[in-house]
Design a protein around this ligand. Structure first.
Ligand SMILES: Nc1ncnc2c1ncn2[C@@H]1O[C@H](COP(=O)(O)OP(=O)(O)OP(=O)(O)O)[C@@H](O)[C@H]1O
Ligand SMILES: [Mg+2]
Length: 585
């Protein structure tokens, strides 16, 4: 019990209770019904005495009518109270779950990209589904359930004391003895639960990955390998669940035995009093009935500790996420960004993800409306460099300026409003073509969507779908071809019509026809915008005023395509390797 009360008062649990308290009216109603239930339950053994003494022994005819009617009434009240209690408790429990899920989702959405790279998608999903569920178990069936059981215990104990207080004291001595093992077992349940929740999360991640990447599983003939891996995980979960079952199951027989001892004592002690003539059979049976009925709620209360311990393990896992803080924050007094087009300046920028420096002293200045092409070997830091502009990550040293203002001095949303991005892999959602193109601009008119789709050279293929813009493209755009996906991403960026453009060109090669279409679409997209384009194709570089070659996080060369070719350096080498014969400017 001490363990329980100690953990109940931490900050996390206070926050959880705040959610419960928000439903105080429903909670109050539930408690009222519980009180009714407790009262009706206690009335049942109370009625045993008139049954035995007045009906059986005194043969009182009036009582023969009154008592059955009273019993019917008691059970009616009990039934109605049970329904009301279940309903309002369910309400409170499910509402807490809903609020927790929403705050978790809101929190996760607001956390920076680095968070998503550290956590696995399936694991995060598990926090919102599994962990929150065990908290609900705790809240609705336990915290509130305990009130009912507690009231019932109080009512029944009242009956016991009213009937024979001396025997009552003796019978209740065994109860505290039960608590020690219950608390011990509860602690064990909590520890095991943390383990099972971790394995469940891992299972979720695994499912997410192997279902989403099922094409590769099949292509490499890894079905049986994945089946074996999955079986190993469920085996591990099974073992842990069995540990919890063992700990939970142990508390029941323990309670059974202690209950049995109590009943045996009552029979011996109460029975001897009836034989001696100091008590009536009615008192004895009423007392005995209450003791037997007491046993149920006491057992529930002991199980409750297990449910609470399980729930607390969930609370820890949920609040671990809720208490995360984002390093990418708005300044206290954000500066407004003037109207575009914008100048972007990198001032001696250093950046690292962990300990290894990725960018080392990048200094760059891209004038309003200029197009800058970034080239370099794979892993050189190009994507990392452009990711700093919308503050997906913050620089480790130095600064990035937009029109002379440090990007950390403006509101993040304001900054991102200025930027349209086409990422290296096309990322689309399971929705219609219309919603995907209008992502970020939900109020865009069909005419605007069409114009963007036309400029992205996507309109022709959209027209070929039976549902046109209303076509659902499947999870991650799975029903579109590679080139079609890219063009939808370009249309999306076009519709956003932001003054800064970040273009991470896909390395995958397309057939010449869609390649040409994508190139034309990119040309439309870059026009008039301050553009950072990571170029893998010569035709893209052709649009740029300036080319910057990045090797190992440093700028090694910059100039026009012709100047760099003439310099016979890194760019020339890249050109020989990648672009030659591939493409024409
Ligand atoms: N989230 C991350 N955490 C830690 N290291 C990372 C992370 N993302 C990238 N890196 C490392 O940073 C370096 C630069 O990666 P980056 O993606 O910027 O290269 P790139 O120039 O865009 O390459 P490519 O042309 O292949 O796209 C690589 O060595 C990579 O391993
Ligand atoms: Mg890259």
């Amino acid at each position: 019990m001490k363990l329980l009360s100690k953990s109940l008062f931490s900050e996390r649990h206070r926050r959880l209770f705040a959610l419960v308290r928000g439903n105080w009216l429903k909670l109050l109603l539930a408690m009222l019904f519980m009180l009714l239930m407790a009262g009706a339950s206690s009335a049942i053994p109370f009625m045993i005495k008139p049954v035995v003494d007045d009906i059986f022994i005194s043969k009182n005819a009036t009582m023969l009518k009154v008592v059955p009617l009273a019993v019917i009434l008691i059970y009616l009240v009990l039934g109605a109270a049970m329904y009301g209690q279940e309903y309002f408790l369910g309400w409170v429990g499910h509402d807490v779950i809903r609020q927790l899920r929403n705050s978790l989702y809101d929190k996760i959405q607001d956390l920076p990209i680095s968070f998503f790279q550290a956590e696995r998608t399936g694991t995060l999903m598990s926090r919102i589904t599994n962990d929150v569920s065990i908290i609900k178990e705790m809240v609705s069936s336990a915290i509130t359930g305990s009130i009912r059981d507690l009231f019932t215990i109080i009512g029944l104990t009242g009956v016991i004391f009213y009937r024979d207080w001396k025997s009552a004291i003796a019978a209740l001595v065994v109860l505290p003895l039960a608590f020690y093992p219950i608390v011990r077992l509860g602690r064990r349940v909590r520890r095991v639960t943390t383990g099972t929740q971790e394995v469940r999360a891992d299972l979720n991640s695994f499912l997410h990955e192997t279902f989403a990447g099922n094409k590769i599983v099949k292509a490499f003939g890894m079905e049986s390998y994945e089946k074996e891996r999955f079986a190993a995980k469920t085996r591990k979960l099974f073992r842990l669940e069995m540990k919890a079952v063992k700990a939970k199951a142990l508390s029941s027989p323990l309670m059974e035995f202690l209950g049995g001892v109590g009943v045996a004592f009552v029979i011996w002690y109460g029975g001897s009093k009836v034989i001696a003539g100091t008590s009536t059979p009615g008192t004895f049976f009423s007392f005995m009935g209450a003791v037997l009925m007491l046993y149920g709620p006491v057992k529930k209360l002991s199980k409750l500790n297990n449910t609470v311990q399980q729930g607390l393990a969930g609370v820890d896992r949920v609040f671990d996420i809720l208490e995360q803080t984002s390093d990418i924050r708005d300044p206290a007094c954000p500066v407004a960004i003037p109207g575009g087009p914008h100048r972007i300046t990198f001032n001696d920028v250093y950046f690292q993800y962990d300990t290894k420096p990725i960018l080392k002293g990048i200094t760059l200045d891209v004038g309003p409306g200029d197009i800058l092409a970034l080239v370099g070997m794979s892993g050189g830091g190009k994507t990392s460099l452009v990711n700093l502009i919308p503050r997906f990550y913050d620089v480790t040293q130095g600064a990035i300026l937009i029109d002379g203002i440090d990007i950390r001095a403006v509101a993040v949303s304001d900054l991102r409003q200025q930027i349209a991005i086409v990422t290296q892999d096309p990322i689309l959602f399971n929705d219609t073509l219309r919603s995907n193109i209008a992502y970020g601009k939900p109020d865009a008119t069909d005419a605007a969507i069409e114009a963007a789709a036309r400029a992205a050279y996507a309109w022709d293929f959209i027209q070929k779908f039976p549902d046109k813009l209303g076509t659902n493209i499947g999870e991650l755009g799975g029903r579109l071809s590679g080139g079609q996906k890219q063009r939808i991403c370009i249309a999306r960026a076009l519709l956003k019509n932001a003054p800064i453009l970040i273009l991470d060109e896909a390395t995958s090669s397309l057939d010449t026809e869609s390649e040409a279409l994508v190139q034309k679409a990119l040309g439309n997209l870059m026009r008039g915008r301050t553009t950072f384009v990571i170029a893998h194709r010569l035709s893209t570089i052709g649009y740029a005023q300036r080319v910057v070659a990045i090797v190992d996080g440093e700028i090694v060369e910059q100039g026009t395509h012709e100047e760099l070719l003439a310099a016979q350096g890194v760019y020339h080498k890249l050109y020989q390797m990648h672009f030659n014969g591939d493409d024409a400017v």
